[in-house]
Write a protein that binds this ligand. Sequence first.
Ligand code: SAM
Length: 283
Amino acid sequence: MSTIDGLPPLREVIATHGLSAKKSLGQNFLLDLNLTAKIARQAGDLAGCDVLEVGPGPGGLTRGLLAEGARHVLAVEKDPRAMAPLAEIAAAWPGRLDVLNADALAIDPLAHLTPPIKVVANLPYNIGTELLVRWLTPPDWPPFWQSLTLMFQREVAERIVAQPGSKAYGRLAILAQWRCDARIVMDLPPEAFTPPPKVRSAVVHLTALPAPRFAANAATLQRLTATAFQQRRKMLRASLRKLHPQIESLLESVDIKPTSRAEEIDVAHFCALARALDAGSPR
Ligand code: SAM
């Protein structure tokens, strides 16, 4: 039996190549090609775009990306056992797929891809947040990518899109929403994966804004939010004291109540506080 792209079904691919899932590599595969095509479509129009895919595994999402018209896909996979099935996909789509047997944390995507670039991935959960933080904190903005369409555990997805006042709101929300639009675009139950993970998953779509929503120095903002959320239940006048000797007046100068807590402060006010810290004294 063959599929719409003429390649064998994914269960057959896995059996042929002995690609049994390894927990150490965070392997939970998507075997339904309708579902992987749907995930690929969440990235918007792929024609005219290069795509970076991290962790293609047996290639279900890779096939979705190619079928949805990606100009070129770079698939970076750590597991050498996946090289043979991925080579079969590359042969079925001549010139459109490059595969790197490498650690995604160790590669420079720009050495292999031409803008505009979209990142689409069903990420290994053990490095998902680390990769996201890296992609959100490049040396310069805008970053190398136009959008990120990424699978996470539902709990991490909620932290990315969280609003002030919610339990999930913290550094990740501020980092993501300061320079991106971020939305949860799909929910997936454990049964969508083989083997099923213990938790629900969700796809988050982030679009890079051409410039930050509010002016702030990235390093200052990161230091500030790290300090503020380290003790998220403490009042800011206490948790931020080590950042500035007159933190109370600095907070008041940007309309933040010194008795408020980190989780109540929106991105605009964190940015204003970062600017005030850089200016060094209350305005
Ligand atoms: N994309 C496939 C799918 O949807 O069926 C597989 C997704 S699975 C959740 C994560 C994949 O990332 C696995 O194939 C795993 O081998 C790979 N992986 C794990 N760590 C990696 C790393 N550091 N660099 C690149 N790939 C990695």
